[in-house]
Design a protein around this ligand. Structure first.
Ligand SMILES: Nc1nc2c(c(=O)[nH]1)N[C@H]1C(S)=C(S)[C@@H](COP(=O)(O)OP(=O)(O)OC[C@H]3O[C@@H](n4cnc5c(=O)[nH]c(N)nc54)[C@H](O)[C@@H]3O)O[C@H]1N2
Ligand SMILES: Nc1nc2c(c(=O)[nH]1)N[C@H]1C(S)=C(S)[C@@H](COP(=O)(O)OP(=O)(O)OC[C@H]3O[C@@H](n4cnc5c(=O)[nH]c(N)nc54)[C@H](O)[C@@H]3O)O[C@H]1N2
Ligand code: SF4
Ligand SMILES: [Mo]
Length: 680
């Protein structure tokens, strides 16, 4: 018999799509987009369309496994009982030896952002003080910047973009990273909206819109200030600005005194006439919307850049305008997942040792009192995705136990002692919300767990039960429960029912719902900043050690030894290290570079090169592209057939901002410099 079920794509992706899955006799047979979901509109991307194959993939790990020796590849199946014993006994032994659970560390991130997956975090809270990864590799600098300017992290409903007359896509590549926004943009284009893409590379998005403006990496803040200066000179400043903003005159004075349009053009690579033409268009067109992506803030000046773009939007009167705004993402619905940990307990959380997720290995190695001795990885593949991979190798040596909760083998599982098999979203209950749109929905199980897979929540209960069996009182996390009931119980204390307009938790099962926010952010122009105004001048930023105004701070520069900047954005075929179709993996990295760089290194198309810096080296094949600046090499973050990670080339440069909202600065990935040579 066939049945349909509501699921939600839990990947770390803007779109958080609503899925209708079909099962026949308890087996998942198809998945499709939910046509009644205003954002998904019946479509899924290729990643989710591979889900049936992914669920039943022969590569999927179905049983708890133990590796005889790390990196040996000798895995043997063990029972859940055996696995739980190893974990519980290690935790208790460490606690006894060190008198605290601080040696036990959790590094968890983006495998599945569903509410119930935060059970792992809550389990750790139940253990006592532990070591935790905090922060985010994605967006930290930009989130802080928008929080300084607007007071909270909030954006218009992405559907509001359909009302824009002019859309600037700035350092974002939605054709690949947020594909459901593209039909909204195309509809607007059909209705006469002009769309401009600002990127360093002629991306898939650039190829689909009216105009591409190439920006030298890390200089977008100055570009925004150049536009702002022209808006002032041309008297296009919003006449109402004084009534809802703070410090606009100081900002204008700064533009007049310090921003030189010739320098701006020389540094950003955008010709002066183009600067003027674009600024006039942006200043005169209402409504006009800017969507800033995460790509352009992966620099040491990322937060200042976002603040400059916000200021440009405000100066021209586009903030609070229907179809306008500076869009970056939102916490209003997304934050609930993260906050859920505290709802399991009435007592305050214990004092944890917090390490920056972007710098985890280095900071863990610095912890001496006590040492980090056990590592729990969930929804993470740091040995592919982090910088300073050599420090990870050092850290591994000091760990008594490394365990990973995952679906498939990964670079990180190769280093692990224990592999716990996890359920997919088709096998467990969950609640998911997006960091971009305002839809929230329940994910219901469609099939029984494949093999002996268990959900992250189930594992948390099981570990707590085993700990309490061996040593009563050793873990405060519940020892058993029902997933659906837990979901309902967690909804109670949150504000989520209120923002969804629901009277009782059970109403959540009706299907995905849109939170009751108006389409346009800040339409009353009342902001959540200390002054209640849009803050060109932010004392909060100043107190945190940043300039009060969004002034230009340059990014890092290349050196004679490593003269090329490496940019590695997200690829169509993967979500970070997770490829959607293993049979389509490339044999090698494709290294995009300009004809000028090719000439300098005497390279031609398809030459094989070796690229390196003080962190490591990789090999790749040359693709010569006209549309690239001469100091840049560009490789998409794409999985290839071998296990080599691009991140062999990465250190851990930090973004300026991120501490205020994320607890730690972000990953300034694009501040990576390399040299290269041809090999045969
Ligand atoms: N298919 C797919 N979708 C994804 C992901 C994935 O891996 N694959 N990952 C998800 C995650 S975790 C994230 S964080 C988001 C990220 O998605 P996006 O916000 O789109 O960010 P990126 O892909 O990092 O970079 C976007 C663009 O910024 C450009 N860029 C880099 N430096 C600069 C600069 O200095 N100036 C300008 N103007 N442009 C610059 C890059 O060339 C790139 O085209 O996507 C999510 N969606
Ligand atoms: N060079 C380079 N490096 C980057 C980036 C870049 O653009 N370039 N981007 C950075 C960014 S923005 C991000 S977000 C990070 C992402 O880095 P990570 O957060 O490590 O994300 P993934 O590589 O997708 O690995 C997630 C793992 O979770 C597993 N998983 C999936 N579902 C579940 C589940 O339900 N439970 C559990 N326990 N596991 C599950 C997947 O199989 C996968 O192994 O990478 C960062 N690193
Ligand atoms: S990966 Fe993103 S676009 Fe694709 S189905 Fe999932 S949420 Fe939608
Ligand atoms: Mo990300």
């Amino acid at each position: 018999m066939e049945k349909t079920h509501h699921n939600i794509c839990p990947r770390n992706c803007y779109d958080t799509c609503s899925i209708i899955s079909t099962t026949r006799n308890g087996k998942l047979i198809s998945v499709e987009g939910n046509p009644f979901h205003e954002y998904t509109r019946g479509k899924l991307c290729p990643k989710a369309l591979e889900d049936v194959k992914r669920v039943y993939s022969p590569r999927r790990i179905r049983y708890p496994m133990r590796q005889r020796e790390r990196y040996s590849g000798y895995w043997e199946r063990i029972s859940w009982d055996g696995a739980l014993n190893i974990i519980a006994e290690t935790i208790l032994k460490l606690k006894e030896k060190y008198g605290t659970t601080l040696p036990v560390a959790l590094d968890k991130y983006s495998g599945n952002f569903g509410l119930l997956h935060y059970a792992t975090d809550a389990l750790f809270t139940g253990l006592g003080s532990t070591t935790r990864a905090i922060g985010s590799p994605c967006w930290s600098a930009g989130v802080d910047a928008q929080t300084y300017d607007f007071g909270t992290f909030f954006c218009s409903d992405p559907l509001d973009m359909s009302r824009s007359k002019l859309i600037w896509l700035w350092g974002v590549n939605p054709a690949w990273t947020a594909p459901h926004q593209m039909p909204i943009i195309f509809d607007a284009m059909d209705n006469g909206t002009k769309v401009v893409c600002f990127d360093t590379y002629f991306s898939a998005t650039a190829a689909r819109v009216h105009r591409f403006i190439q920006v030298r990496p890390g200089t977008d803040g100055l570009l925004a200030l150049g536009f702002a200066k022209i808006i002032v000179e041309e008297k296009l400043v919003d006449p109402e600005l004084a009534s809802y903003s703070l410090g606009h005159q100081e900002f204008i004075d700064y533009l007049q005194a310090k921003v030189d349009l010739r320098d701006c053009s020389a540094i950003t690579g955008v010709p002066i006439e183009t600067l003027r033409e674009l600024a006039l268009e942006y200043g005169k067109t209402h409504p006009a919307c800017i969507w800033v992506g995460f790509g352009l803030q992966r620099y040491i000046n990322g937060g200042q850049t976002l603040r400059s773009i916000d200021a440009l939007g405000a100066l021209a009167g586009h903030i609070g305008e229907s179809g306008g705004g500076v869009q970056y993402g939102q916490f209003e619905t997304y934050q609930y997942s993260g906050k859920v940990t505290s709802y399991f307990y009435d007592q305050p959380a214990p004092h944890d040792r917090l390490l920056n997720i972007n710098n985890f290995a280095e900071q863990a190695l610095e912890c001496t009192d006590p040492l980090v001795k056990m590592l729990w990885l969930a929804g993470r593949n740091p040995l592919s995705q982090d910088g300073n991979l050599h420090l990870w190798k050092t850290l591994l040596k000091q760990l008594d136990l490394i365990m990973i909760c995952d679906l498939f083998p990964s670079q990180s599982s190769q280093a692990a002692d224990l592999f716990l098999p996890i359920t997919t979203q088709y096998e467990h209950w969950d609640l998911n919300s997006s960091y971009w749109h305002y839809w929230v929905g329940v994910n219901e199980p469609a099939i029984a767990p494949v093999g002996e897979a268990r959900s992250d929540l189930q594992i948390a209960w099981d570990i707590s039960a085993r700990l309490n069996q061996i040593s009563p009182g050793s873990c405060k996390f519940p020892t058993a429960g029902d997933e659906k009931e837990t979901l309902l119980n967690l909804l109670g204390p949150t504000n989520i029912l209120n923002i969804l307009g629901l009277k009782k938790p059970e109403d959540i099962f009706e299907g995905p719902l849109r939170a009751r926010f108006s389409l346009t952010a800040w339409e009353d122009r009342k902001f959540k900043t200390p002054s209640g105004r849009f803050e060109f001048y932010s004392e909060s930023a100043e107190k945190a050690g940043f300039p009060a105004l969004p002034i230009y701070r340059p990014s890092l520069e290349s050196s004679a030894e490593f003269p090329l900047r490496l940019i590695t954005p997200h690829h169509l075929t993967c979500i970070n290290s997770q490829p959607y179709a293993l049979d389509h993996l490339q044999d090698h990295f494709t290294v995009h570079l300009s004809p000028e760089v090719a000439k300098r290194y005497e390279l031609k198309e398809e030459d094989k090169i070796r690229m390196g810096n003080r962190f490591g080296a990789i090999e790749g094949i040359v693709a010569i592209e006209n549309g690239l600046p001469d100091e840049v090499v560009f490789i998409y973050q794409e999985q290839i057939k071998s296990d080599v990670s691009l991140n062999r080339l990465m250190g851990t440069p930090r973004t300026d901002m991120g501490h205020q909202t994320q607890g730690a600065p972000g990953f300034a990935l694009n501040e990576t410099f390399v040299n290269l040579r041809k090999i045969n």
